[in-house]
Ligand binder design. Structure first.
Ligand code: IFM
Length: 459
């Protein structure tokens, strides 16, 4: 770690410190101001899809409490806030005229952020596809990519004067393979062929939107991927899973080609007809930032006879090895060193693009304990250790040459954790879902100090 004269590790002067959230996970107000239904409304209201029948109907009620939440961000000293825009608020059926009232919410949010000196980082798609588009085939249909670009441009027209950094998609691997292949996420379809088609159309939507936004004058363009280091002794197994998770998205977006492994697997699952001549050139738009969502590595081994992992078509004979060390309450292994490996690899293999950690964080079993003020405290030493370890890894990656520009904690608030409902708490701010009271956890107070000193304490 780079040390300053007072002995504290420091990040670059312009390092971006912030937090991230997503529309369906925090906003609630699902019927407000003409919002249409999204695939997550349908999915969460389908019995058996989300733990205990939880839905995003109310979530953190951020739609009504955004001003309080922005005040909280300012109190924590955040420099940046990454949020997503709910497509069904802007175009209730995914096409056609813009719903001015729906857009108005983000207009107010952005002004509130700027008023408090917090830079807004907008993500245009974090999984809440308008249900009307899913009824026409969703991301398995090519047309959805064109609808997405239209929507992106409409949002930019209204907010482009105040938002510098625009992210097209959040984690298209999750949208495609959890949504259309294993079906554990909305819209809950179960077809490997649909997964590959959806992945391609998401990438096409990214390319079309990036190109349209660039022409419209967007200052900074990004794509956020869930990326991970794949560990294991068997090189072929590691390379195959790396191709499916990482390079399936990195290479088309940043190199204009698909990895051979992905083409081979997709060809055996429905064919490649959905990839048309010229698509890869559209997808391969210059972007400024690669958003890195990092949570944990994946370990694989060779295991003859093993069926394919439902999230990863083409992984027959590969075993996904369960973690043996410490895990978060998601059961995800805690291995900060593999973040350093990932960042260094990304800057080596894709040097033309800057890196921003757009998500990193952990769920633990948090609870409120009494304190003398009566307000209560949330002691979350495990989360502090997790964030500290990952920031040290990020710092080491910078020292090793990675072009890392910032770090956004997932998440500002405890929120709706998709198929797990409200059972998994990722926030640095605790939310009592029965009263909507917010209570910064110890990790939030710790993070405020990290931001203030632009670095970690000690070596
Ligand atoms: O909550 C999610 C987020 O929506 C996308 N990235 C991973 C987070 C934790 O699972």
């Amino acid at each position: 770690m780079m040390s300053s004269p007072d002995g504290f590790g420091r990040f670059p002067d312009d390092f971006v410190w912030g937090t991230a959230t997503a529309s369906y996970q925090i906003e609630g107000a699902v019927s407000a101001a003409g919002r249409g239904a999204s695939i997550w409304d349908t999915f969460s209201h389908t019995p058996g899809k989300v733990a205990d029948g939880h839905t995003g109907d109310v979530a953190c009620d951020h739609y009504h409490r955004y001003a309080e939440d922005v005040r909280l961000m300012a109190d924590l000293g955040l420099k940046a806030y990454r949020f997503s825009i709910a497509w069904p608020r802007i175009q209730p059926t995914g096409a056609g005229p813009v719903n001015a009232e729906g857009l108005g919410f983000y207009d107010r949010l952005v002004d509130e952020l700027l008023g408090r000196g917090i830079a807004p980082y907008a993500t245009l798609y974090h999984w809440d596809l308008p249900q009307a588009l899913e009824d026409l085939g969703g991301w398995t249909e090519r047309d959805t990519a064109f609808r997405f670009a239209d929507y992106a441009l409409a949002v930019h027209d209204r907010l482009g004067d105040r938002i510098r950094t625009w992210t097209t998609l959040n984690e298209p691997w999750v949208s495609a393979f959890l949504g259309y292949c294993s079906g554990v996420h909305a819209p809950g379809r179960r077809s490997p062929a649909a997964g590959f088609r959806a992945a391609h159309h998401l990438l096409l939507g990214h390319g079309l939107a990036a190109s349209a936004l660039r022409s419209a004058g967007a200052a900074e363009l990004a794509l956020t991927l869930n990326l991970g280091t794949i560990l294991g002794e068997d090189e072929e197994a590691v390379a195959r899973v790396d191709a499916l998770l990482n390079r399936q998205f990195l290479d088309p977006a940043l190199r204009g080609r698909y990895p051979e492994e992905v083409l081979e697997i997709a060809a055996g699952h429905g064919g490649l007809d959905h990839i048309r001549d010229g698509d890869l050139a559209v997808i391969n738009q210059p972007i400024d930032l690669l958003g890195v969502n990092y949570y944990c590595p994946t370990t694989v081994s060779r295991s003859p006879g093993e069926p394919a992992n439902p999230d990863y078509p083409g992984t027959e004979d590969i075993r996904f090895v369960p973690p043996t060390g410490p895990v978060t309450s998601m059961g995800w292994p805690i291995e900060p060193a593999s973040l350093e490996t990932l960042l260094v690899r990304l800057s080596r293999d894709y040097p033309e693009v800057g890196l921003l950690i757009t998500e990193n964080g952990a769920a633990f079993e948090d609870g409120v304990t009494d304190d003398e003020t009566g307000a209560g405290r949330v002691h979350d030493p495990e989360r502090i250790a997790f964030l500290d370890g990952h920031l040290r890894a990020a710092h080491a990656a910078i020292a090793a040459g990675a072009d890392l520009r910032g770090y956004l904690v997932w998440s500002l608030l405890d929120n709706f954790e998709w198929a797990y409902g409200y059972h998994k708490r990722f926030g640095i701010v605790y939310v009592d879902f029965s009263t909507q009271r917010r209570l910064p956890k110890d990790s939030a107070l710790w993070y405020r100090e990290v931001i203030q000193r632009n670095g970690l304490q000690g070596e």
